[in-house]
Design a protein. Structure first.
Length: 52
């Protein structure tokens, strides 16, 4: 797909390197999002919040 847009192999490789380098940061963000979402869902349950 990248080739269709004229994106060079060099840029594709740089993107892959950056993504690999940033992977631990992305995982930490995902972990924090899951923790926050779980806290909100628990608060809803504890307070018997429903859509009915």
């Amino acid at each position: 797909m990248y080739k269709e847009f004229g994106i060079s192999d060099e840029l594709i490789n740089l993107e892959k390197e950056c993504e690999k380098e940033l992977e631990p940061i992305f995982k930490e963000i995902d972990k924090n999002c899951l923790k926050a979402t779980s806290k909100v869902l628990k608060a809803f349950q504890d307070n018997k919040v429903s859509r009915n």
